[in-house]
Design a protein around this ligand. Structure first.
Ligand code: PMP
Length: 288
């Protein structure tokens, strides 16, 4: 595997950034997770737009144009001879002095790792995930805005630890008001009375690219979609539930907090959307 760092390629073991990089010292940076499906980089311009919005929010001046990054992502896939992959794009603040100030950092680092990913086994797509609500809350808008896809994932990591220590692979994070935000690295949807419902990003969820795609596909299939705040009650008593994310794609959630969702099996609307997504995803992307 060859890793892209600032325009050059390095073998996996030689792909390094400085220990003085503020991405390493303080988690000061941003990232994207992107998918290559059948040699098409899925919705790459949308990912790069989101990356640039994250950069603006943390006042990180990007020395590259959007097109240069798009070209670099496609090139990294070609160089690694990939057909299907998960691409991790990281922009760190760069090497600087000890101390929080980002203004001592000169060179932001652009790293592109294109590799395989299998987040969940097929069995969980067939039978669904089980999750619990964890004590750790989603970042508040008043602290680190949840729309920034930053290198600070510690609260998501704490949430994941809390779930895994209880024997669950996934968890639900509430926002500081107690409404449903999202899962540890995925957005959440429920189906109730035939309608698809997901919390608005104002509730603390990330504006997921898979979330947006799912909403578009549902509308095309004639399924009504609504964005509104959800409480745990709404998830417990939903007919169906599923999670969306670049790595997970669409995966059913069949139990939350020991309550079966619907009949405890992946539902019909969920299955329709999984099929629609799998059919659609390889057709929408930039050809490498
Ligand atoms: N929420 C969080 C916190 C995430 O990290 C991710 C995935 N990176 C998502 C939601 C899903 O977003 P996307 O569909 O763009 O991968």
């Amino acid at each position: 595997m060859k890793v892209y760092i600032n325009g050059k390629y390095y073998e996996k073991d030689d792909a390094k950034v400085s220990v003085f990089d503020h991405g390493f010292l303080y988690g000061d940076g941003i990232f994207e997770g992107i998918r290559l499906y059948n040699k098409n980089v899925f919705r790459l311009p949308k990912h790069i737009d989101r990356l640039f919005r994250s950069a603006r929010a943390i006042m990180l001046d990007m020395p590259w144009s959007k097109q240069e990054i798009i070209d670099a992502v496609c090139d990294a896939c070609r160089v690694n001879n990939l057909t299907d992959a998960y691409i991790r794009l990281v922009v760190s603040r760069g090497k600087g002095k000890l101390g929080l100030s980002p203004f001592t950092c000169e060179d932001p680092q652009l790293v592109i790792i294109a590799d395989q990913i299998q987040l969940y086994p097929q069995e969980l797509y067939d039978n669904g995930l089980k999750a619990i609500t964890v004590p750790t809350r989603r970042n508040s808008h008043a602290a680190l805005p949840p729309m920034v896809k930053s290198l600070n994932y510690l609260n998501n990591i704490l949430a994941k630890i809390e779930a895994q220590k209880q024997g669950f692979q996934e968890c639900l994070l509430l926002n500081s008001e107690g409404y449903v935000a999202e899962c540890s690295g995925d957005n959440i949807f429920i189906v109730f009375d035939g309608k698809l419902i997901t919390p608005p990003v104002s509730c603390g969820s990330l504006g997921g690219i898979t979330r947006m795609t799912t909403i578009e596909l549902a509308k095309k299939l004639g399924i009504e979609v609504e964005e509104k705040p959800l409480a745990r009650f709404d998830v417990w008593t939903a007919d169906e539930c599923f999670l969306t994310g670049t790595a997970a794609k669409i995966i059913p959630l069949v139990e939350l907090d020991s309550r079966k969702i619907g009949d405890g099996r992946p539902g019909a609307v969920t299955k329709r959307l999984i099929d629609a997504f799998n059919e659609y995803a390889p057709t929408d992307g930039i050809r490498i």
